[in-house]
Design a protein around this ligand. Structure first.
Ligand SMILES: C[S@@+](CC[C@H](N)C(=O)[O-])C[C@H]1O[C@@H](n2cnc3c(N)ncnc32)[C@H](O)[C@@H]1O
Length: 437
């Protein structure tokens, strides 16, 4: 049988369409099978019973299951065998049959007797790696460190062998660097060129290697339309030079972010594009300020509206009369300049003048501050306070729920305070807040 003290030889198996026998249907099999499926393996599970997760996979037609004890002949046709029943004698018999047939097998219960070992493996983007140390917990710890480094962009992961120029439109979240997605952060660490918006999480730009070209899209001169054309042409130009370009945007690329225009420009130029969704400020900024956009018994809907064009303007596609009549929570982006005509229109079409409103400026950033007041007076108060974008305006009774959360949070022991919250509705005040306070 297998023995020996030599170090194992590491190999990456390409299992597409190849049979893998999994003997056993318990916890170990449940952990192993998803990885085998990710590698494209044709998985056959043999076990009298299987876990609920494996059962789901059977029902989805992703694995096959023979509900019985393991028996001689099971290894026939397999390229790899995982012996992971809870009976060592059964595992030994399965492994022995595999050995006789020169099929690699992994014994979950006895590493010393196992022909092959499953490394502690990790994946960050298209990088896969495995760690084997003879001590599974140590291997998992090292794996976690490497994974963390790759995901946080601390480990250099830039490609040396370039697959050709391409662009990733990455949603950077609302501003706090912790609110970008793991995938977004990984791609940022791989970029040759980063084209960054003003509202992207700019503190992440400090982490870029010195040779990464940083194009500050906020500084591209002349009117918006021209600036957008210039951004498109920078993306296309750098990708055509064979570089990997990350277009780092605030929030989500496709929520009032012109991501659609950028992807079209790249595709028209034959440049492959990846889209990495982001946490949109429309939802994240109210949430981080402690305002739930929906609340049972209050409202079952919220509307996200770009308010950069005022009501009544012929370019507007927003039905303000319908928004005035509805009970939905309204989340307005780019609204500060037009707050007076907007509130006037909403009142005209039926919103109560006492509807609570929160205006959250610089949401999720250390400079975050909030005004909470009522619909009738919010425009004047915003103007008097001299608030500047970026801001999210939340209109609806849920603002009162936010106030309730604020109140309870203030009373809670300090360690239990988990959200940043606005003051109670009533006389407006500008309240500086900071996540974690
Ligand atoms: C051009 S839109 C981009 C929206 C972005 N794509 C998203 O999904 O969040 C810019 C507007 O988003 C809102 N915004 C973005 N980040 C914000 C933040 N940190 N705090 C408050 N509002 C923000 C403001 O209304 C700002 O004027």
């Amino acid at each position: 049988m297998v023995a020996g003290t030599a170090a194992p030889y590491l190999l990456a198996l390409r299992l597409d369409g190849r049979r893998v026998l999994v003997a056993g249907g318990g916890a170990v099999a449940t952990r192993r099978v998803p990885g085998l499926l990710d590698a494209g393996a044709d998985v056959l599970v043999v076990s009298p019973e299987i876990s609920a997760s494996l059962h789901d996979l059977v029902q989805a037609g992703r694995i096959r299951w023979e509900s019985r004890e393991s028996a001689p002949g099971d290894c026939a046709g397999a390229w790899l065998v995982c012996a992971c029943t809870d009976d060592p004698a059964v595992n030994a018999a399965v492994a022995q049959e595999a050995e006789a047939a020169r099929i690699w097998s992994v014994r979950a219960d006895d590493a010393a007797a196992s022909a092959a070992w499953t490394p502690a493996s990790g994946q960050a983007g298209d990088v896969r790696f495995g760690v084997v140390s003879g001590d599974p917990l140590r291997s998992a710890g090292i794996r976690d460190e490497v994974l963390d480094g790759l995901q946080a962009g601390r480990m250099r992961a830039r490609r040396r062998r370039r697959p050709g120029g391409r662009v990733a439109l990455v949603g950077g979240g609302p501003g706090d660097p912790g609110l970008i997605t793991v995938r977004g952060r990984q791609l940022l660490a791989e970029a040759d060129v980063v084209v960054a918006d003003r509202l992207a999480p700019r503190s992440l730009l400090d982490e870029l290697a010195p040779d990464v070209e940083l194009v500050d899209a906020a500084k591209i001169p002349r009117g918006r339309a021209m600036a957008q054309e210039q951004i498109n042409s920078v993306l296309v130009d750098r990708a055509q030079r064979g570089l990997f370009v990350v277009r780092l945007k605030g929030g989500d690329p496709f929520v009032f972010g012109r991501g659609g225009e950028e992807i079209l420009a790249c595709l028209e130029a034959g440049i492959p594009v990846t889209v990495v969704p982001g946490v949109t400020s429309a939802i994240a900024v109210p949430a981080a300020a402690g305002i739930p956009l929906t609340h049972r018994g209050i409202t079952q809907e919220f509307r996200v509206v770009s308010a950069h064009i005022p009501p009544g303007d012929e370019r507007s596609t927003v039905d303000w009369s319908e928004l005035g009549a509805s009970q939905a929570t309204l989340v307005l982006l780019m609204a500060l300049e037009n707050l007076e005509p907007i509130t006037r229109t909403l009142l005209r079409y039926g919103r109560d003048s006492r509807t609570p409103v929160s205006v959250i400026v610089d949401g999720t950033l250390p400079t975050q501050h909030i005004i909470t007041t009522e619909l009738a007076t919010v425009a004047d108060e915003v103007s008097a306070a001299g608030l500047r974008p970026p801001a999210i305006v939340v209109i609806g009774e849920v603002v009162n729920v936010g106030a309730q959360i604020a109140e309870l949070s203030r009373k809670a022991p300090r360690q239990a305070q988990s959200v940043v919250v606005p003051p109670s509705p009533g006389p407006a005040g500008v309240v500086p807040t900071c996540e974690g306070q």
